[in-house]
Ligand binder design. Sequence first.
Ligand SMILES: Nc1ncnc2c1ncn2[C@@H]1O[C@H](COP(=O)(O)OP(=O)(O)OP(=O)(O)O)[C@@H](O)[C@H]1O
Ligand SMILES: [Mg+2]
Length: 337
Amino acid sequence: MRVIGIETSCDETGIAVYDDEKGLLSHTLYSQVKLHADYGGVVPELASRDHVRKIVPLIKQALADANCTQDDIDGIAYTKGPGLVGALLVGACVGRALAFAWGKPAVGVHHMEGHLLAPMLEVNVPEFPFLALLVSGGHSMMVAVEGIGRYQVLGESVDDAAGEAFDKTAKLMGLDYPGGPRLAKLAAQGLPNCYRFPRPMTDRPGLDFSFSGLKTFAANTIAAEPDDEQTRANIARAFEEAVVDTLAIKCKRALKQTGYNRLVIAGGVSANSRLRASLAQMMQDLGGQVYYPRGEFCTDNGAMIAYAGMQRLKAGQIEDLAVKGMPRWPLDSLPPV
Ligand SMILES: Nc1ncnc2c1ncn2[C@@H]1O[C@H](COP(=O)(O)OP(=O)(O)OP(=O)(O)O)[C@@H](O)[C@H]1O
Ligand SMILES: [Mg+2]
């Protein structure tokens, strides 16, 4: 089976062709970062319009790169939610239209299921069950994964997502959008033990997260300290260590609670090297294993949507012709495969 995946939930247009025997045949990505940079964040209407401009040329390119035509495609997978409704509708309309025109089945994919299954695109794939830490621009979730579509959300953020906290703190430091990777780069120049940020919600039981307090702590620290590059790097490092420590403490707690010894980290923040190193060390100490997607598949992409969609199409989960976008869509409401 060969599936074309279409991702348009936010500010990246991602298209990919995945074959269940040969693996990933092609993937193309257009990032709108430059378009939104002047505004310091994603402008939904501009995002939708840019998806409209880019989606068809990218589909043609992905098919050409995969050396195939529409006749070689057996199914279409598009991101149905969660995300920006206008952006989602572009992908959903095009996905549905192609399915109708080509006479092929189509399925709407949950964006966070895409992130969660992204490590399956790699050589070393985790077996079920595993614990998944999903940390992206819009979500922070701890999920017990028993199989595809068998998800139990054990905890999530009560306010800002981890990536959002990175982006907002980066903005306070005068770093351009998207700030997460820039803050991480600055933190690499920072000295240890200059500041001690709190580890939110680790002093009480439970697996929920809260990151908005860290942003306020960063704002107060920045205001109280001199405005030079080294100080900013030291603050960035202390902030990053606080996020990483908090996530690691919660992962350890969730592993104990579930009894699992496999940990998947996915979503944009899983590209963070300090987080990867910390969780790798933790899993080594616990005698378990950590899995994550390659860097380019941590953030939004079409490959993860093609992969997740293929699992559902193979199970006969085909949707009718209605075009639906689901800006809000609980992960644990998905049917099992
Ligand atoms: N190296 C890094 N360190 C920290 N944060 C990072 C790094 N690389 C990317 N990010 C963050 O990851 C986020 C983008 O990830 P992703 O594309 O998965 O999120 P999204 O699609 O916007 O949100 P969602 O998937 O929840 O809808 C941004 O907040 C970005 O700052
Ligand atoms: Mg995403």
